[in-house]
Write a protein that binds this ligand. Structure first.
Ligand code: ARG
Length: 283
């Protein structure tokens, strides 16, 4: 299952296509603008020494939930403070390419959209799938990554499709699209605060299957012996990750989109995807 670079390239290709599907049949229609001729404007005023008050104003604060490798996790030394991962590296570039200082606020995944609304954070970058319900609460950038839900099971599990979960004990993570999918399928489930908690439950034989995003699941099966991934492309549609801003904050959204567009075009996003999946495989 070492798909790494190839997978990242595929994900990129998918992300650049205009197909925008949401988990489990909820339709979302984010404007899939293909990366074309937009260039990063170089108009940031660089070179001037900033006073500390200016610095505070010049900080771009991203909210995340650093429980979602390879997109965001806590590391010994990360890209922004102790935070590392694909999203954190993207956040850093968005801030820096706009002449701003990046900052991270780590919080529960469920709190991110509220934190946007009350101004605690400027943007949320958290492997967040664009879905209709969320589009009512926030505005989303162009997508930068395509994922899908998968099932993590024990190596000897008989589960081979989503339908096989019917009489099994299912674990999901609270507020994630995986939870929405399982709920939509009408199966009972138990939800956990963190991916690692659900995985522990599976490892300890207290649940039969964890439904979770593909790249994060890959990371968990590499870290835990005796687990495997089961895919069911018919049951789980592709999902697109994008950055959320407060509704109506088009000024920031434009800045974010310009950088994402450039990073998709010049291959930076694909490189980051490969880097962080390889890094995790090597662990
Ligand atoms: N993609 C899923 C969703 O949007 C899971 C995201 C979890 N992200 C995180 N940073 N914990 O619901």
């Amino acid at each position: 299952m070492k798909k790494t670079a190839k997978m990242a390239a595929l994900m990129l290709a998918l992300a650049m296509m205009t197909t925008t599907l949401a988990a489990c049949g909820n339709s979302a229609d984010s404007k899939g603008s293909t990366a074309t001729d937009t260039t990063v404007s170089n108009s940031q005023d660089n070179g001037t020494a900033e006073t500390s008050t200016q610095e505070a104003e010049n900080t771009l604060t991203f909210g995340t939930n650093a429980e979602f490798p390879p997109f965001e996790f806590v590391a010994g030394s990360g890209v922004i403070d102790q935070y590392d991962g694909i999203d954190i590296a993207i956040a850093k570039q968005i801030a820096e390419r706009n002449g701003m200082t990046p900052a991270i606020e780590n919080m529960e995944f469920d709190s991110l959209l509220v934190a946007l609304q009350n101004g605690q954070i400027d943007a949320a970058i958290a492997g967040m799938t664009v879905i209709e319900e969320r589009k009512e609460e926030a505005d989303f950038s162009i997508p930068y990554y395509t994922a899908t839900q998968v099932m993590i099971v024990k190596e000897d599990s008989e589960i081979a499709s989503a339908a096989d979960m019917a009489d099994k004990k299912i674990c999901v993570i609270q507020g994630y699209t995986g939870e929405i999918c399982v709920k939509d399928m009408g199966y009972p489930y138990e939800s956990f605060k963190k991916g690692t908690d659900a995985i522990m439950e599976l490892v300890n034989g207290k649940c039969d299957v964890v439904v979770l995003d593909s790249a994060t699941s890959q990371k968990y099966i590499e870290e835990n012996e005796g687990l495997k991934i089961v895919e069911d492309a018919e049951a789980f549609e592709s999902e697109e990750y994008a950055i959320a801003v407060k509704k109506g904050n088009t000024e920031l959204l434009d800045k974010i989109n310009t950088v994402i567009d450039a990073m998709l075009t010049d291959g930076t996003v694909a490189e980051l995807g490969a880097k962080y999946t390889e890094q995790l495989s090597a662990d």
